[in-house]
Design a binder for this molecule. Structure first.
Ligand SMILES: Nc1ncnc2c1ncn2[C@@H]1O[C@H](COP(=O)(O)OP(=O)(O)OP(=O)(O)O)[C@@H](O)[C@H]1O
Length: 270
């Protein structure tokens, strides 16, 4: 596409370093995420993947570097402001309102982004009413896309784990994010649930064109669906490229397997 707004990177993460005392959680990490891109970050336990998400969402403030969302500097902004600008996130552990239903959880995702004046909301007039109709339509579209129709009635805390993870994905999507951060979306899932999740992530990209950053230990998922992969270890970048390039990169092989065999294999426990 030639439209400049679509060729500008959505995320520019430049020379970011973050230390806790002597421990370098992120050490000179650089990457960009392009519109429509499904970008993955891999690395052994403690490599710094969640810290990168925490920097992107404003939870951690790095000592060095720059983090831009569509050209706008995010460093120094509070997490709720960054969320409202369009950085949405799912967590390693499901974080939903357990007593609320699917629709209410998704509507809360909308309300993070699309607020209106308190008076208008109380009086339920004009823009507030119109916005709420739009919110509801958007939520129904997500329920259809993620095939969640069967799970409308019960509080989400009573639903199977894999469904809760899917609802959490739906809630992040309900914010119509500029970028979706997915922290181990298939952790704890069986093979069928993992394959479903891969399918839903590809559908999200196709239908909503939402750029995503995926942090995941399941290498077969990353290799199957990511456009580009960044591998890190001890906070520092090891390799950046297509899944095939990164999988066979000597530094990546060394980090995962001590150089004894070829490439991060499929399955967890990386
Ligand atoms: N708030 C903190 N205070 C001190 N150290 C921290 C903090 N957050 C992260 N770290 C450390 O920074 C390093 C990177 O942690 P991080 O959670 O980002 O790794 P990760 O790649 O996400 O690991 P995992 O795959 O196990 O989730 C680790 O050594 C971790 O102990």
């Amino acid at each position: 596409m030639t439209n400049p707004s679509t060729s500008t990177p959505v995320v520019e993460f430049s020379q970011v370093s973050l230390a806790f005392g002597n421990l370098k959680a992120i050490d000179g990490v650089d990457f960009t995420v392009n519109p429509d891109e499904l970008f993955a970050i891999i690395g052994p336990n403690g490599a710094g993947k969640t810290s990168i998400f925490n920097v992107l969402s404003g939870v951690y403030r790095p000592q060095q570097g720059s983090v831009k969302l569509r050209g706008q500097q995010l460093l120094g902004m509070r997490p709720h402001k960054i969320a409202r600008l369009g950085v949405a996130r799912t967590f390693q552990n499901v974080e939903l309102f357990a007593n609320l239903t699917l629709v209410d959880n998704l509507m809360l995702g909308r309300h993070v982004k699309f607020r209106y004046g308190t008076l208008a909301a109380i009086a339920w007039v004009g823009p507030a009413r119109r916005q709420e109709e739009l919110n509801r339509a958007a939520v129904e579209e997500i329920i259809d896309l993620l095939e969640l129709q069967a799970w409308r009635k019960l509080p989400v805390g009573l639903l199977p784990y894999g469904i809760q993870k899917r609802i959490e994905l739906g809630r992040a999507l309900a914010m119509e994010p500029e970028i979706l951060l997915l922290d181990e979306p298939v952790a704890g899932m069986n093979l069928e649930e993992t394959e479903d999740t891969a399918r839903f992530l590809l559908s999200i990209r196709q239908e909503f064109k939402t750029p995503m950053i995926l942090v995941e230990h399941d290498m077969s998922l990353v290799m199957d669906i990511a456009d580009r992969v960044l591998a890190i270890d001890f906070g520092a970048p090891l390799a950046l490229g297509t899944p095939a390039e990164v999988q066979s990169h000597p530094a990546v092989v060394e980090a995962y397997l001590g150089g004894q065999a070829a490439a991060p294999a499929s399955g967890g426990g990386s």
